[in-house]
Design a protein around this ligand. Sequence first.
Ligand code: DGL
Length: 214
Amino acid sequence: MRIGVFDSGIGGQAVARDLQKAFPAAEMLIVDDHEHVPYGTRDSEEILELTVAAIQPLLNKKCDVIVIACNTATSVAIETLRKTYPAQKFIGLEPMVKPAPAQSKSGVIAVYATPATLKSERYNHAKQLYAKNVKIVEPDCSDWATLIEDNKIDRSHIAAVAKQCIDASADVVILGCTHYHWIKEEIKQALNGKAIVLEPTDAIVARVRELLHL
Ligand code: DGL
């Protein structure tokens, strides 16, 4: 089995690491777009163009499934990718606004994601559909992907965002960008037990199994 994984940057490696644990015999092909990361501060047309160009090596290698391990690219491009390449199976990663509300007691959830994801039609449609009855806090994480790429994120950035969420009574935090998977433990520590952290790894593993009939 060959699993292709795409992200603008190092978020894909975090997802690929978890997929490889779940599927030890799978061949993982990881592609990023180091030249153009971050995607999250670009406009939709550009993100779509860059994503289509970047995944060509994965399409050429005939992956059994391609995981778009980038919430930003998924938000903007997944529908076009499915239409353009109907024979290719794709799995996209998206902020988990569907399961989150049921896990919140306070009725406030927070989504850590890039500006492009937060602006996207797809994300806003999902909020309307699944999270109409909760308040959603969307802290400014616009420079996080770059800081994480450069290994320059520190506790003060993470603590400031955690404080904003806790002050707003959020008790569920969604990691809506795969770069943030690398700092999940630091994010949890900063939230200090006041909010749980959701990220999509288990759901992606389950979806790979389902899609490939494993
Ligand atoms: N890792 C990507 C995501 O999941 C975004 C990082 C970027 O801005 O390129 O959204």
